[in-house]
Design a protein around this ligand. Structure first.
Ligand SMILES: Nc1ncnc2c1ncn2[C@@H]1O[C@H](COP(=O)(O)OP(=O)(O)O)[C@@H](O)[C@H]1O
Ligand SMILES: [Mg+2]
Length: 290
């Protein structure tokens, strides 16, 4: 009897699920040029039309990965500042930078984005797992603290910089820890941005080797950042920039909750310290390579 009941519960008709399905819309990223790279398909006059989502997919868990100094933290901070400036409360879990320095960094990001600090400071909440060993090393302690913050302060999105910092000394735990945080963020209806450090430069623009193998399979989408040092005549001619320059590249390496641009993009880190998407690599090379 109870067994039959269980089977019935486990099978659902699509139309019955509709009421529980989150709406698909974008959460502005705070990164110029990035919001437009996510899109959805709508039917207009009987034809499927691509429509810009205007940001990260709502309630999506996005992984930003790349080797050191590629702009991951800048993107995480730009997102936090942008959301806070729009009046949405953000929880920033800092795992590498103690909170005093994170605050400094968030201040710089806000200034560069021409957003005054008093517009955002009441909407930004910080958990300092960089300074607090217990929080960094015990995922359940951290999750309990995050649950408290989300309930107490009506948090809408969560940034973790970095998720890899939570399993530094226990690589074999990577997948189970990431899974735990993923399920937690889903349960609490959060849009999430996870930063993960890519240790190997091989397969540069793929999510492979990001944050210990397997992180990319768990999250909803991955953005890969990469920097290339121009050190050969070939690259000099290809990119038409001086030897020793850095070309910064970005790709959305899969996003299962929404459509997205699949091209490789050139981006810059502005002299005020903001990630800004410039143009598809193919256009960049065409435009410069004359
Ligand atoms: N205000 C700034 N002006 C210019 N460059 C900056 C500024 N702030 C950060 N950067 C540069 O941006 C790069 C990426 O920084 P960051 O996002 O911290 O990297 P990641 O988190 O990927 O290691 C660094 O090389 C850093 O030197
Ligand atoms: Mg960083």
């Amino acid at each position: 009897m109870s067994r039959e009941y269980t089977h019935k519960e486990e099978v659902t008709r699509l139309s019955d699920l509709k009421a529980y399905t989150p709406k698909l819309f974008g959460i502005p990223t705070g990164v110029e040029g990035l919001d437009e790279l996510f899109y959805k398909i709508e039917i207009v006059d009987g034809k499927p039309i691509k429509k810009s989502l205007g940001g990260y997919p709502y309630l999506g868990i996005i992984n930003i990965t790349g080797i050191a100094d590629t702009g991951k933290s800048l993107m995480a901070e730009q997102f936090a500042v942008k959301q806070a400036s729009m009046g949405y409360r953000v929880l920033f879990v800092t795992v590498e930078t103690p909170r005093e320095f994170l605050v400094q960094s968030l201040q710089s990001r806000a200034s560069a984005m021409a957003i005054s600090l008093d517009k955002v400071e009441d909407n930004l909440f910080i958990i300092d797992a960089a300074s607090r060993t217990k929080l960094r090393e015990d995922p359940d302690a951290l999750l309990d603290t995050m649950a408290y913050a989300i309930k107490e302060y009506d948090i809408k999105s969560v940034v973790i910089d970095s998720i890899t910092g939570l399993y530094e000394a226990k690589e074999v735990m990577a997948r189970s820890i990431v899974r735990k945080f993923y399920n937690f963020l889903k349960k609490w209806h959060q849009t999430g941005l996870l930063v993960s450090q890519k240790r190997s430069a091989s397969e540069e623009l793929t999510a492979e080797a990001a944050g210990g193998y397997g992180v990319a399979h768990i999250v909803d989408g991955t953005i890969v950042l990469y920097k290339k040092l121009v050190m050969s005549k070939y690259d000099m001619n290809l990119f038409n920039i001086p030897i020793g320059s850095v070309v910064r590249l970005m790709r959305i390496d899969g996003c299962r909750v929404t459509g997205h641009d699949t091209r490789t993009y050139v981006f810059e880190i502005t002299d005020t310290g903001l990630v800004k998407i410039l143009s598809p690599l193919e256009d960049f090379i065409k435009g410069r390579g004359k």
